[in-house]
Design a protein around this ligand. Structure first.
Ligand SMILES: [Zn+2]
Ligand SMILES: [Zn+2]
Length: 179
C-alpha cells in the first residue's frame, strides 16, 4: 500500500507502476497552501509546481487557493462558490503530469496533465493543457507564476495592453493562450 492518508493528493497517480518515494502533504503542497496570502510566503518556482498545488487544492477543497493562483486580472471574475461545489462533488482519483514546457517565450509555460476521478463507470481522466504566466508582483516584490484561465471571459481587445501587466499587446502576450 504505497499511499496513506498523509500522501499529498498531487502525488497519487492511478496509472504509475513505479512506487517511488511519494511525498507527504506537509512536505509537498501544504506549505504553498498555507502561505498563499502571506507576504514573502513560499511560491511555486515552476508552472508544474503551481499546477500540482492547484490540483491538491481542488482535492482538499481550497477554492481560495484556486482563486489566488489565477491571474490577478481574472480573480474577480471567478465564481469561488462554483469552484468549491465542483471540487467537493468530484471524487478525485489522482494526477499525472503528461508534459511540462517550463518556458514559452518570455514569460509563459504550459503543463499538460490528466486529472483522474471516479465515476459509476469507473475511473476517468480529465485531460487539460494549461497555460501559466510569470508576473512581476509589485506588492510582493517578486515574480510569481499564475494560472491563465481560458474559461474566464475577458473584455480586453487584442490590441490593448495585456492583462498580466507585461506592457505588451494582449494578442502578443497572454491573448495567444486564452483564445
Ligand atoms: Zn503535492
Ligand atoms: Zn500577458
Amino acid at each position: 500500500m504505497p499511499f496513506n492518508l498523509h500522501t499529498c493528493p498531487c502525488q497519487i497517480t492511478p496509472v504509475s507502476n513505479a512506487i517511488s518515494s511519494v511525498l507527504a502533504y506537509q512536505d509537498c503542497c501544504q506549505p504553498y497552501h498555507d502561505d498563499v496570502t502571506r507576504l514573502g510566503g513560499i511560491t511555486a518556482d515552476t508552472a508544474e509546481r503551481l499546477m500540482r498545488t492547484r490540483y491538491s487544492a481542488f482535492v482538499l477543497v481550497k477554492p481560495d487557493y484556486i482563486v489566488k493562483t489565477t491571474l490577478p486580472a481574472q480573480q474577480a471574475l471567478l465564481d469561488e462558490k462554483a469552484i468549491e461545489t465542483w471540487a467537493k462533488e468530484t471524487d478525485w482519483a489522482g494526477l499525472a503530469i503528461v508534459q511540462h514546457v517550463p518556458q514559452l517565450g518570455k514569460r509563459h509555460a504550459q503543463v499538460a496533465f490528466k486529472a483522474y476521478f471516479n465515476t459509476v463507470d469507473g475511473i476517468q481522466a480529465h485531460h487539460e493543457l494549461s497555460a501559466f504566466v510569470k508576473v512581476t508582483d509589485k506588492a510582493h516584490h517578486d515574480a510569481r507564476w499564475y494560472f491563465l484561465d481560458p474559461t474566464v471571459a475577458m473584455t480586453v481587445t487584442q490590441k490593448q495592453p495585456c492583462i498580466c501587466g507585461s506592457g505588451e499587446k494582449f494578442k502578443r502576450c497572454c491573448g495567444s493562450y486564452l483564445i
